[in-house]
Design a binder for this molecule. Sequence first.
Ligand code: SD4
Length: 323
Amino acid sequence: MKRRNFLTKVSAAGVGLPLINANVFMDLPLFENKTASGPISVTTWNFAEANRTAGELLSKGASALDAVEQGVRVEESNIKNQTVGKGGAPDRDGNVTLDACIMAPNGNFGSVCFLENIEHPVSVARKVMEETPHNMLVGEGAYQFAIKQGFEPVNLLTPESEANWKKWLEEKEYRPIINIENHDTIGMLCLDEKGDIAGACTTSGLAYKMRGRVGDSPIIGSGLFIDNEVGGAVATGLGEEILKNVSTFLIVELMRSGKSPQEACEIAMDRIIKKNPDYKNFQVAFIALNKKGEVGSFCIHPGFTYLKYKNSENTELKSKTYL
Ligand code: SD4
C-alpha cells in the first residue's frame, strides 16, 4: 500500500490524526519490499575485492545483511591495508584498536569500539546485535564477549605497521592524512534482491590516535545509517567532524524528504564545511544509496573514489568533490 493511500484511508476513517501535508509523502511506498533496480553494492575507496564479494553474494540471492558482513571482512583480513582490521595502523602507543558497526534492514544495529586482538570486528558487531540485549560493546567487554562467542585472539600489529609506527615515533607529529593511498575505512551499503538495505563500516581509525579514541565509524548516524524505507549512507574521513554533524543520519533524512542521494551528500557536506573554516586541512567523504538503487557521493578533497557493483560489473567511480 502506498503511503498516500494509507493517509487517505486513515483520515477518511476519522481517527483524529493531526493534519499532515500529504505531498511530503507522495510516491513514497509505506513498506517497499522490492526494488526495480536489482541488487547493488557500493563501497568506499577502491576495495574492489570486498565490493565484488558482496555483489556476487547479492546476485546469488544473499541478504543485504550477509553481503555487507562478508564484503567488509575481506578488508579486515587484508594485512596490506593499514586502515582496517589486521595490519591496521596502531595508536600512538603501538596498540591496534578497531571500531565497527553493522545495521540491518529492520533498524537494528550492532557496534564495537576500541576492540583489540580480534580480526573481524564487524562479525563481533553482528553478534552484539543478534546475541545480546544491547547495541554497543567497547574495549575489554567487547573483547571478552568476542572470545565467548568463539573468536580467536590474534596479534593485529603486523611488522610493516609496527615499522611505520616506529618511524612516526621519531617525529611524533599528529596530523590526519587526507587520502591514505586511496584506501581507508571501509563502508559498504547493499541493496538486495528483495529491496532491503543494510550497511557496515569497519576501521582501525586514525593512525597514531590517542589510546581510547573512537571515531565516527562505529557510531550509528555518524559513520553509518540505514533506514529501510529510504536508503542508507556511510562516511569516511576525519571522524571528529563527522561525529559533530551526525552526517549519515542527516543524509538519510534528506533523502526521506525527497533529495537524491547526490543532493543529500552535498547538503550534509555543506554543513561540515560551514561549521569548520579549517575544512581544507581534512578529508570527509560520503556515499549514499536509496531504495531505487540511485547512488550519490561527495567529498571535500579530490582523491576519493568508490565502487559500485551492479549487473556483474564492479565499477570504480570518482566522487564529486568540494575543492
Ligand atoms: C575515523 N572515519 O576513525 C574514521 C577513519 C577514516 O579516513 O575514515 N579515515 O575517524
